[in-house]
Design a protein around this ligand. Structure first.
Ligand code: TXA
Ligand code: MG
Length: 325
Protein backbone atom coordinates (compact mmCIF):
# COMPACT_ATOMS: atom_id res chain seq x y z
CA UNK A 1 0.00 0.00 0.00
CA UNK A 2 1.29 3.48 -0.81
CA UNK A 3 0.38 6.74 0.89
CA UNK A 4 0.10 9.90 -1.17
CA UNK A 5 0.66 13.13 0.74
CA UNK A 6 1.25 16.37 -1.16
CA UNK A 7 -1.22 15.24 -3.77
CA UNK A 8 -0.31 16.27 -7.35
CA UNK A 9 -2.43 15.97 -10.51
CA UNK A 10 -0.26 13.00 -11.56
CA UNK A 11 -0.82 11.28 -8.24
CA UNK A 12 -4.60 11.72 -8.61
CA UNK A 13 -4.38 10.30 -12.15
CA UNK A 14 -2.48 7.27 -10.88
CA UNK A 15 -4.96 6.74 -8.06
CA UNK A 16 -7.88 6.86 -10.53
CA UNK A 17 -6.06 4.34 -12.74
CA UNK A 18 -5.50 2.10 -9.71
CA UNK A 19 -9.27 2.18 -9.02
CA UNK A 20 -10.01 1.20 -12.64
CA UNK A 21 -7.56 -1.69 -12.34
CA UNK A 22 -9.49 -2.98 -9.34
CA UNK A 23 -7.29 -1.67 -6.53
CA UNK A 24 -8.69 0.04 -3.43
CA UNK A 25 -8.09 3.74 -2.83
CA UNK A 26 -8.79 5.31 0.57
CA UNK A 27 -9.50 8.99 0.11
CA UNK A 28 -10.46 12.03 2.18
CA UNK A 29 -13.96 13.48 2.15
CA UNK A 30 -15.31 16.42 4.13
CA UNK A 31 -17.14 13.98 6.46
CA UNK A 32 -14.76 11.06 7.07
CA UNK A 33 -12.25 9.06 4.98
CA UNK A 34 -13.76 6.54 2.55
CA UNK A 35 -12.39 3.22 1.27
CA UNK A 36 -13.08 3.38 -2.45
CA UNK A 37 -13.49 0.82 -5.23
CA UNK A 38 -14.84 0.83 -8.79
CA UNK A 39 -18.62 0.45 -8.43
CA UNK A 40 -18.77 -1.94 -11.42
CA UNK A 41 -15.98 -4.26 -10.24
CA UNK A 42 -17.43 -7.17 -8.24
CA UNK A 43 -14.05 -8.43 -7.05
CA UNK A 44 -12.85 -5.00 -5.90
CA UNK A 45 -16.12 -4.49 -4.02
CA UNK A 46 -15.73 -7.92 -2.42
CA UNK A 47 -12.31 -6.77 -1.16
CA UNK A 48 -13.90 -3.74 0.54
CA UNK A 49 -16.05 -6.11 2.62
CA UNK A 50 -13.03 -8.24 3.40
CA UNK A 51 -10.78 -5.34 4.41
CA UNK A 52 -13.52 -3.84 6.59
CA UNK A 53 -14.66 -7.19 7.99
CA UNK A 54 -18.16 -6.00 7.05
CA UNK A 55 -21.07 -8.45 6.69
CA UNK A 56 -22.00 -8.95 3.04
CA UNK A 57 -25.34 -7.44 2.05
CA UNK A 58 -24.75 -4.18 3.91
CA UNK A 59 -25.14 -1.60 1.07
CA UNK A 60 -22.44 0.86 -0.03
CA UNK A 61 -22.69 4.55 -0.92
CA UNK A 62 -21.67 5.42 -4.49
CA UNK A 63 -19.63 8.62 -4.85
CA UNK A 64 -19.86 10.65 -8.07
CA UNK A 65 -18.22 13.95 -9.06
CA UNK A 66 -21.39 15.88 -9.91
CA UNK A 67 -25.14 15.69 -10.29
CA UNK A 68 -24.68 15.22 -14.04
CA UNK A 69 -23.98 11.52 -13.50
CA UNK A 70 -26.97 10.89 -11.24
CA UNK A 71 -29.21 9.46 -13.98
CA UNK A 72 -26.74 6.69 -14.73
CA UNK A 73 -27.26 5.13 -11.31
CA UNK A 74 -30.69 6.35 -10.18
CA UNK A 75 -34.12 6.52 -11.85
CA UNK A 76 -37.56 7.96 -11.07
CA UNK A 77 -35.90 10.65 -8.97
CA UNK A 78 -38.56 12.63 -7.07
CA UNK A 79 -38.64 16.42 -7.48
CA UNK A 80 -37.82 16.95 -3.83
CA UNK A 81 -34.65 14.82 -4.17
CA UNK A 82 -33.49 16.89 -7.15
CA UNK A 83 -34.09 20.00 -5.11
CA UNK A 84 -32.00 18.62 -2.22
CA UNK A 85 -29.23 17.56 -4.60
CA UNK A 86 -29.10 21.02 -6.18
CA UNK A 87 -29.05 22.68 -2.76
CA UNK A 88 -26.61 20.49 -0.84
CA UNK A 89 -24.28 18.80 -3.36
CA UNK A 90 -21.35 18.77 -3.39
CA UNK A 91 -21.64 18.19 0.33
CA UNK A 92 -22.28 15.89 3.31
CA UNK A 93 -25.56 14.35 2.13
CA UNK A 94 -26.40 10.89 0.74
CA UNK A 95 -29.64 10.29 -1.13
CA UNK A 96 -31.21 6.82 -1.30
CA UNK A 97 -32.91 6.55 -4.70
CA UNK A 98 -34.45 3.85 -6.91
CA UNK A 99 -31.55 2.26 -8.79
CA UNK A 100 -30.81 1.64 -12.47
CA UNK A 101 -29.41 -1.69 -13.71
CA UNK A 102 -25.91 -0.21 -13.47
CA UNK A 103 -26.15 -0.19 -9.66
CA UNK A 104 -25.60 -3.89 -9.05
CA UNK A 105 -26.79 -6.16 -6.26
CA UNK A 106 -23.25 -6.33 -4.88
CA UNK A 107 -23.45 -2.55 -4.20
CA UNK A 108 -27.02 -2.30 -2.97
CA UNK A 109 -27.17 -5.50 -0.95
CA UNK A 110 -29.84 -6.71 -3.38
CA UNK A 111 -32.15 -3.78 -2.60
CA UNK A 112 -33.94 -1.88 -5.34
CA UNK A 113 -32.35 1.38 -4.31
CA UNK A 114 -28.90 2.90 -4.19
CA UNK A 115 -27.20 5.46 -1.94
CA UNK A 116 -25.46 8.28 -3.85
CA UNK A 117 -23.33 11.20 -2.72
CA UNK A 118 -21.30 14.01 -4.31
CA UNK A 119 -18.63 14.87 -1.72
CA UNK A 120 -17.16 18.38 -1.50
CA UNK A 121 -13.54 17.70 -0.48
CA UNK A 122 -11.36 19.02 -3.30
CA UNK A 123 -9.24 15.85 -3.51
CA UNK A 124 -12.33 13.62 -3.52
CA UNK A 125 -13.83 15.64 -6.37
CA UNK A 126 -10.51 15.61 -8.27
CA UNK A 127 -10.23 11.82 -7.88
CA UNK A 128 -13.85 11.19 -8.92
CA UNK A 129 -13.56 13.52 -11.95
CA UNK A 130 -10.36 11.85 -13.09
CA UNK A 131 -11.89 8.40 -12.54
CA UNK A 132 -14.93 9.35 -14.63
CA UNK A 133 -12.70 10.92 -17.33
CA UNK A 134 -10.88 7.58 -17.56
CA UNK A 135 -14.23 5.84 -18.13
CA UNK A 136 -15.32 5.03 -14.59
CA UNK A 137 -18.96 5.21 -13.47
CA UNK A 138 -18.63 5.90 -9.75
CA UNK A 139 -16.69 4.97 -6.64
CA UNK A 140 -18.34 2.87 -3.94
CA UNK A 141 -16.90 3.90 -0.58
CA UNK A 142 -17.85 3.06 2.98
CA UNK A 143 -15.99 4.75 5.82
CA UNK A 144 -12.42 3.38 5.88
CA UNK A 145 -12.63 1.69 9.29
CA UNK A 146 -13.03 -1.92 10.41
CA UNK A 147 -16.71 -2.83 10.79
CA UNK A 148 -18.38 -1.36 13.89
CA UNK A 149 -15.40 0.84 14.72
CA UNK A 150 -14.85 4.60 14.69
CA UNK A 151 -14.68 6.21 11.23
CA UNK A 152 -11.24 7.63 10.38
CA UNK A 153 -10.93 11.40 9.98
CA UNK A 154 -7.21 11.41 9.08
CA UNK A 155 -4.97 9.35 6.79
CA UNK A 156 -3.04 8.14 9.86
CA UNK A 157 -6.28 6.80 11.35
CA UNK A 158 -7.03 4.99 8.07
CA UNK A 159 -3.59 3.41 8.26
CA UNK A 160 -4.13 2.28 11.85
CA UNK A 161 -7.49 0.76 10.96
CA UNK A 162 -6.85 -1.09 7.72
CA UNK A 163 -3.23 -0.91 6.48
CA UNK A 164 -2.68 -4.50 7.61
CA UNK A 165 -5.43 -5.67 5.26
CA UNK A 166 -4.44 -3.70 2.14
CA UNK A 167 -2.38 -4.91 -0.84
CA UNK A 168 0.82 -3.37 -2.14
CA UNK A 169 -0.98 -1.73 -5.07
CA UNK A 170 -3.73 -0.14 -2.92
CA UNK A 171 -3.48 3.57 -2.17
CA UNK A 172 -4.22 5.93 0.74
CA UNK A 173 -4.59 9.60 -0.19
CA UNK A 174 -3.75 12.00 2.64
CA UNK A 175 -5.89 15.12 2.46
CA UNK A 176 -5.53 16.32 6.04
CA UNK A 177 -8.19 16.04 8.74
CA UNK A 178 -11.85 15.82 7.62
CA UNK A 179 -13.59 19.11 8.23
CA UNK A 180 -17.00 17.89 9.41
CA UNK A 181 -15.92 14.75 11.25
CA UNK A 182 -19.15 12.72 11.27
CA UNK A 183 -20.65 10.82 8.34
CA UNK A 184 -23.09 12.28 5.81
CA UNK A 185 -26.79 12.81 6.43
CA UNK A 186 -28.60 9.91 4.73
CA UNK A 187 -32.05 10.67 3.29
CA UNK A 188 -34.42 8.01 2.00
CA UNK A 189 -35.91 9.43 -1.21
CA UNK A 190 -37.76 6.29 -2.31
CA UNK A 191 -41.09 7.33 -0.79
CA UNK A 192 -43.46 10.23 -1.30
CA UNK A 193 -41.80 12.18 1.50
CA UNK A 194 -38.13 12.14 2.46
CA UNK A 195 -37.02 10.41 5.66
CA UNK A 196 -33.73 11.05 7.44
CA UNK A 197 -32.08 7.67 8.08
CA UNK A 198 -28.86 9.07 9.56
CA UNK A 199 -28.56 12.66 10.85
CA UNK A 200 -25.48 14.69 9.94
CA UNK A 201 -24.23 18.14 8.96
CA UNK A 202 -27.15 18.70 6.55
CA UNK A 203 -29.67 19.14 9.31
CA UNK A 204 -33.40 18.58 9.70
CA UNK A 205 -33.87 22.36 9.67
CA UNK A 206 -31.86 22.86 6.47
CA UNK A 207 -33.81 20.12 4.72
CA UNK A 208 -37.23 21.22 5.89
CA UNK A 209 -36.48 24.86 4.99
CA UNK A 210 -35.46 23.82 1.50
CA UNK A 211 -38.59 21.71 0.99
CA UNK A 212 -41.23 23.49 3.03
CA UNK A 213 -42.83 25.04 -0.02
CA UNK A 214 -43.21 21.73 -1.81
CA UNK A 215 -44.07 19.44 1.07
CA UNK A 216 -46.18 20.82 3.88
CA UNK A 217 -46.08 18.90 7.18
CA UNK A 218 -42.86 17.25 6.17
CA UNK A 219 -42.11 14.13 8.18
CA UNK A 220 -38.37 13.68 8.30
CA UNK A 221 -37.96 11.63 11.42
CA UNK A 222 -37.13 7.98 10.85
CA UNK A 223 -38.70 5.58 13.32
CA UNK A 224 -38.50 1.83 13.26
CA UNK A 225 -41.99 1.89 11.70
CA UNK A 226 -41.13 4.28 8.90
CA UNK A 227 -37.83 2.66 7.92
CA UNK A 228 -38.71 0.16 5.23
CA UNK A 229 -35.17 -0.30 4.00
CA UNK A 230 -31.99 -1.43 5.68
CA UNK A 231 -30.98 1.42 7.91
CA UNK A 232 -27.45 2.58 8.73
CA UNK A 233 -25.71 1.56 11.91
CA UNK A 234 -28.54 -0.61 13.12
CA UNK A 235 -26.23 -3.04 14.81
CA UNK A 236 -26.06 -2.76 18.59
CA UNK A 237 -22.54 -1.36 18.75
CA UNK A 238 -21.30 0.93 15.99
CA UNK A 239 -18.94 3.89 15.64
CA UNK A 240 -17.33 2.45 18.80
CA UNK A 241 -13.79 2.59 20.20
CA UNK A 242 -12.40 -0.25 22.35
CA UNK A 243 -13.01 1.91 25.43
CA UNK A 244 -16.48 1.83 26.93
CA UNK A 245 -18.42 5.00 26.04
CA UNK A 246 -20.73 6.34 28.77
CA UNK A 247 -23.07 9.26 28.13
CA UNK A 248 -23.72 12.03 30.63
CA UNK A 249 -22.32 10.17 33.65
CA UNK A 250 -19.75 11.39 36.16
CA UNK A 251 -16.16 10.35 35.36
CA UNK A 252 -13.72 9.18 38.03
CA UNK A 253 -9.97 9.67 38.20
CA UNK A 254 -8.28 7.94 35.23
CA UNK A 255 -11.40 8.00 33.04
CA UNK A 256 -11.49 9.89 29.74
CA UNK A 257 -13.78 12.87 29.27
CA UNK A 258 -15.24 14.69 26.25
CA UNK A 259 -17.43 17.77 26.67
CA UNK A 260 -17.91 21.30 25.42
CA UNK A 261 -15.21 23.70 26.58
CA UNK A 262 -17.36 25.39 29.23
CA UNK A 263 -17.75 22.09 31.16
CA UNK A 264 -14.97 21.72 33.74
CA UNK A 265 -12.87 18.58 34.04
CA UNK A 266 -13.28 16.71 37.35
CA UNK A 267 -10.03 16.10 39.25
CA UNK A 268 -7.80 13.31 37.90
CA UNK A 269 -9.97 12.87 34.80
CA UNK A 270 -8.24 12.83 31.38
CA UNK A 271 -9.73 15.47 29.10
CA UNK A 272 -9.71 14.14 25.51
CA UNK A 273 -11.40 17.05 23.78
CA UNK A 274 -12.75 20.51 24.71
CA UNK A 275 -14.60 21.77 21.63
CA UNK A 276 -15.74 25.39 21.66
CA UNK A 277 -19.02 24.60 19.89
CA UNK A 278 -21.04 21.77 18.28
CA UNK A 279 -19.29 22.08 14.94
CA UNK A 280 -15.95 21.56 16.65
CA UNK A 281 -17.50 18.78 18.77
CA UNK A 282 -18.28 16.86 15.58
CA UNK A 283 -14.94 17.51 13.90
CA UNK A 284 -12.88 16.38 16.92
CA UNK A 285 -15.12 13.58 18.27
CA UNK A 286 -13.67 10.57 16.42
CA UNK A 287 -10.06 11.63 16.98
CA UNK A 288 -10.85 12.02 20.69
CA UNK A 289 -12.41 8.52 20.85
CA UNK A 290 -9.35 7.12 19.05
CA UNK A 291 -6.99 8.84 21.46
CA UNK A 292 -8.76 7.07 24.35
CA UNK A 293 -7.69 3.73 22.85
CA UNK A 294 -4.16 4.99 22.21
CA UNK A 295 -3.93 6.04 25.87
CA UNK A 296 -5.41 2.66 26.89
CA UNK A 297 -8.23 4.39 28.73
CA UNK A 298 -11.00 1.93 29.67
CA UNK A 299 -13.95 4.31 30.07
CA UNK A 300 -14.79 7.51 28.21
CA UNK A 301 -17.50 9.78 29.59
CA UNK A 302 -19.14 12.15 27.13
CA UNK A 303 -21.37 15.07 28.04
CA UNK A 304 -23.60 15.34 25.00
CA UNK A 305 -24.41 18.72 23.40
CA UNK A 306 -28.02 19.76 22.72
CA UNK A 307 -29.64 18.14 19.71
CA UNK A 308 -30.24 21.16 17.51
CA UNK A 309 -28.28 21.45 14.25
CA UNK A 310 -25.41 18.97 13.97
CA UNK A 311 -26.11 18.01 17.62
CA UNK A 312 -28.60 15.39 16.37
CA UNK A 313 -25.84 13.69 14.36
CA UNK A 314 -23.38 13.80 17.26
CA UNK A 315 -25.93 12.30 19.68
CA UNK A 316 -26.92 9.61 17.15
CA UNK A 317 -23.29 8.42 16.81
CA UNK A 318 -22.67 8.61 20.55
CA UNK A 319 -25.75 6.54 21.36
CA UNK A 320 -24.52 3.88 18.92
CA UNK A 321 -20.95 4.10 20.26
CA UNK A 322 -22.23 3.61 23.82
CA UNK A 323 -24.52 0.62 23.11
CA UNK A 324 -22.80 -2.56 24.27
CA UNK A 325 -22.69 -5.23 21.59
O1 TXA B 1 -20.03 10.45 4.97
C1 TXA B 1 -20.24 9.33 4.51
O2 TXA B 1 -21.37 8.95 4.15
C2 TXA B 1 -19.04 8.39 4.39
C3 TXA B 1 -18.08 8.97 3.34
C4 TXA B 1 -16.93 8.05 3.05
O3 TXA B 1 -18.78 9.29 2.18
N1 TXA B 1 -19.47 7.07 4.03
C5 TXA B 1 -20.08 6.25 4.91
O4 TXA B 1 -20.34 4.98 4.40
O5 TXA B 1 -20.38 6.59 6.04
P1 TXA B 1 -20.68 3.73 5.33
O6 TXA B 1 -20.82 2.57 4.40
O7 TXA B 1 -19.70 3.60 6.41
O8 TXA B 1 -22.08 4.09 5.90
C6 TXA B 1 -23.14 4.20 5.00
C7 TXA B 1 -24.40 3.70 5.58
C8 TXA B 1 -24.37 2.21 5.88
O9 TXA B 1 -24.79 1.98 7.19
C9 TXA B 1 -25.34 1.63 4.88
O10 TXA B 1 -26.13 0.61 5.44
C10 TXA B 1 -26.20 2.81 4.50
O11 TXA B 1 -25.39 3.92 4.59
N2 TXA B 1 -26.64 2.68 3.12
C11 TXA B 1 -25.90 2.71 2.00
N3 TXA B 1 -26.66 2.47 0.92
C12 TXA B 1 -27.91 2.30 1.36
C13 TXA B 1 -29.13 1.98 0.76
N4 TXA B 1 -29.23 1.80 -0.56
N5 TXA B 1 -30.21 1.87 1.54
C14 TXA B 1 -30.14 2.05 2.87
N6 TXA B 1 -29.00 2.32 3.52
C15 TXA B 1 -27.90 2.44 2.78
MG1 MG C 1 -19.21 3.43 8.31
Amino acid sequence: MSIISNCTATAIKDAATALLKGDLVAFPTETVYGLGADVTNRDAIARIYKVKGRPVGHPLIVHISSMDNLDKLARDIPEYALKLAKAFWPGPMTLILPRTDLAKDFITGGQDNVGIRVPSHSLAIALLKEFEDQGGLGVAAPSANRFGKVSPTTAAAVQNEIAAFLKKSDVIIDGGPSEIGIESTIIDCTTKHPIILRPGAITFKMISRKLSLEIPNLNLIATSKTIHIRAPGNFTSHYAPDAQVILNGIPKSGDGFIALRNVTTPKGVIRLSSPANKKEFASTLYAALRSADELKIKKVFVTTPDQSGIGAGIIDRLIKASSSS
